[in-house]
Design a protein around this ligand. Sequence first.
Ligand SMILES: Nc1ncnc2c1ncn2[C@@H]1O[C@H](COP(=O)(O)OP(=O)(O)OP(=O)(O)O)[C@@H](O)[C@H]1O
Ligand SMILES: [Mg+2]
Length: 267
Amino acid sequence: MTGGHDSAKGKLEAQGVTLRYDARTIAENLSVVIPDGSFTVIVGPNACGKSTLLRALSRLLVPSAGQVILDGKAIAGYPSKQVARTVGLLPQTSIAPDGITVADLVSRGRYPHQSFFRQWSQEDEVAVASAMAATQTTELSNRPVDELSGGQRQRVWVAMVLAQQTPILLLDEPTTFLDIAHQIELLNLCQDLNAAGRTIVAVLHDLNHACRYATNIIAMKDGTVIAEGPPAAIMTEKLVEDVFGLRCMIIEDPVSGTPLIVPKSGK
Ligand SMILES: Nc1ncnc2c1ncn2[C@@H]1O[C@H](COP(=O)(O)OP(=O)(O)OP(=O)(O)O)[C@@H](O)[C@H]1O
Ligand SMILES: [Mg+2]
């Protein structure tokens, strides 16, 4: 998968981490295990710390206490290219360099696989082409990224992280800006990647999508984990009320058989 490079296999966890921006503490003593090979979906209200947790799991943010463990070793101790060959992060928002084309941006996903001795190769070409095909961005190849629609741009960023070919993918709201068909397509793609052995961690706001696709849900509130486990085991009316302050009814999704959350009138 990573072309003979040393790369860890994909077990990721946060052990008692405290996550801060300067003086503002977002989470304290937070422990989260991403089950190996799972499709884990993180849900929770705005500002509860989901993106902050993904940043810590990808080593973009250094915990002020506790540690993130990748394959049994502190992630802080890995060479940065090895982390980048193992954990791919799609941030919630990204800004492309001015005037860069789609093909050039997606190609940047290959950077962790290159070195002075190993320049652009056929393998890189294939990884970029297949990431673009999977996200239906091939026909956008020569377009400047800053001239694309919001949904097209989102798919290009997804292509870039796919081109990285990491065993673990951390996707922060990957379906934002996408129309309903492209949302389902992207989630199906994640499911296929998961079936092929990748560990997927995605932040999603749509609880029904979360229940359909996740093998494991982590429900967060105020920097803490309120519940975690398979959707059918944890998604209850009480949990939705506790986490989101929303009264709802949970019925069976007529298509997938998974929990379907139907909000009750707010009054
Ligand atoms: N760079 C930053 N500097 C200071 N505070 C920040 C920074 N980034 C996020 N925060 C704060 O950290 C808290 C958690 O933010 P985070 O982005 O992790 O939330 P989230 O759960 O991803 O929310 P959303 O669903 O809106 O994306 C918020 O109160 C936010 O204002
Ligand atoms: Mg966020």
